[in-house]
Write a protein that binds this ligand. Structure first.
Ligand code: ADP
Length: 485
């Protein structure tokens, strides 16, 4: 069993200069279409993980500020819910157009605060904008249903209504897309929202909110509350317990997701959770090895391994194990580590010191227990096997047959994404159905798209984002019964 890695290092550059010249960089939070400080006046620093430089300060908001934002969104909902589907569609389209017009700048802001290579940031912005594009269209296609009545004197129909204020808590690994995937669906359904972006990446969120206002999205419909990690728990508690908030959509770690789920119980909120994964990536002996290696690079090393659908455990059939590992090692050698803003860099820094330390410890734990670091041998007691790595470390484990690998792949409480490579058609159907996950990549390492339903099973989450199912999280079914003679 082998571990192949390429831990990034940190180098200094000129990013904060770039930030200073940008028109979309904001240092205030966004409530009721106004740029506002924290009522306490407190701020926190946003830094560039590539060099530790401070990029700027944003408000460190607290309970009062959050209640205020919720209030504003609650008031705005009273009119926004009565806009027509077409009105909402047109506004989303205008927002999309502005996001597209400003895509380069948003990508540069994202690289500066998240560290991801500029080419990946540009890719994320295109993906993120795609959700606004998609939901501007879906807004007009929220159908109801008329059913055959069981009596002659009643007519029955079901319509969809927006749930109300949606609280959106997002992570740093996709600073734009995790917001648009939620906010696009919420607005399309007729909901207003309060967004709490991750403390590491608030600038991307604020830039997008700026463009939403410029697009004419009415005040109070989108609000962004920024806060430091220290205040995240108190801000989160308001969002989860306020009776004025109808639903919570959260993307982040499983632990925090479970906590928020519990907190939402007191007001019986709609909850949509997209939590951690522990994706199996299986390569069967019939697979096209080149494609499987290419898929691994895309699936494991994209965003420096910091995606919840990243391959976490690579299972390679015994007969092709050595061949696969050799090819993967070659491919990993071709990756370039550095500052995401520099040309040709494919692996930026990890998001922060805590993450870098965790990944290092996972590798050390594996090595201590006998892994060979080519890159080492892994067994099931190693933390690297059981925990979500969220870093550019590929753990390769040999297996004998399909039964065995499915049993091991499914022996986890996570169930977000899974991948496998095979050219055996019967096997493809069997494995696709038996993998205990919400999304399966078959001979494909990248599966996210606005058109497709993203989400997990088991402890990886509840609900679906993107696709037409995304709207369901923000709408409820209202049954209308018409009596007549
Ligand atoms: P990660 O470990 O990847 O940072 P988290 O789940 O901790 O993932 O963070 C995802 C989002 O959840 C961030 O916006 C973060 O600020 C927020 N968050 C973290 N802890 C809490 C909490 N106790 N209540 C509400 N939000 C939280």
């Amino acid at each position: 069993m082998n571990v192949i890695g390429k831990l990034p290092f940190v180098i200094a550059t000129r990013l904060s200069q770039q930030i200073r010249n940008m028109s979309l960089v904001r240092s205030l939070a966004f409530v009721n279409n106004q740029w506002v400080p924290a009522s306490s006046g407190e701020t926190f620093e946003v830094t560039n993980p590539a060099n530790g430089q401070v990029l700027g300060q944003v408000p460190d908001m607290d309970v009062d500020d959050t209640e205020q934002a919720v209030n504003v969104a609650f008031e705005a909902f009273k009119t926004w819910e009565h806009t027509t589907a077409k009105e909402r569609s047109v506004l989303l389209r205008k927002w999309y157009n502005l996001l597209e017009d400003n895509k380069d700048e948003i990508a540069r802001i994202m690289t500066a605060e998240s560290g991801k290579p500029l080419s990946e940031a540009a890719g994320e912005v295109a993906y993120a904008n795609g959700f606004i594009d998609w939901f501007s269209e879906e807004a007009r296609r929220i159908p109801g249903e008329i059913v055959a009545s069981p009596t002659q004197t009643k007519e029955m129909m079901m319509i969809r209504r927006p749930i109300g204020v949606a609280a959106l808590i997002t992570p740093w690994n996709f600073p734009a897309a995790m917001i648009t995937r939620k906010a696009g669906a919420a607005l399309a359904a007729g909901c207003t929202c309060v967004i709490k972006p991750a403390e590491d990446t608030p600038l991307t969120a604020l830039a997008m909110a700026d463009l939403a206002a410029k697009a004419g999205i009415p005040k109070g419909v989108i609000n962004v509350v920024t806060c430091s990690r220290k205040k995240a728990a108190e801000v989160g508690r308001v969002l989860c317990t306020s009776p004025q908030v109808a639903g919570l959509s959260f993307t982040g770690s499983t632990n925090v997701g479970k906590l928020l789920y519990e907190q939402c119980a007191s007001t019986v909120k709609r909850v949509s959770l997209e939590l951690g994964g522990n994706a199996p990536y299986i390569v069967f002996e019939s697979a096209d090895l080149e494609a499987a290696v290419k898929g691994t690079i895309a699936c494991k090393f994209r965003n420096c391994g910091q995606t919840c659908v990243s391959a976490n455990r690579l299972f390679i059939q015994e007969s092709i194990f050595d061949q696969f590992v050799a090819k993967l090692e070659e491919a990993v050698k071709g990756l370039k580590v550095g500052d995401g803003a520099a040309a040709g860099v494919t692996q930026g820094p990890l998001i922060n010191d805590a993450q870098a330390t965790k990944v290092k410890q996972l590798v050390e734990d594996a090595v201590k227990k006998g892994a060979k670091v080519h890159l080492g041998d892994v067994d099931h007691s190693m933390r690297v096997f059981n925990e979500e790595i969220f870093g550019p470390v590929a753990v390769c484990i040999p297996f004998k047959n399909e039964e065995e690998v499915l049993a091991i792949a499914n022996s986890t409480r996570s169930g977000l994404a899974g991948y496998f490579y095979s050219n055996n058609l019967s096997q493809i159907w069997r494995v696709a159905k038996r993998l205990e996950v919400g999304m399966v990549g078959i001979n494909e390492g990248l599966l996210s798209a606005p058109e497709a339903a993203f989400g997990g099973i088991k402890e990886s989450g509840i609900g679906r984002e993107g696709s037409h199912y995304g709207i369901e999280e923000y709408s409820y079914i209202k049954y209308l019964c018409f009596g007549h003679d």
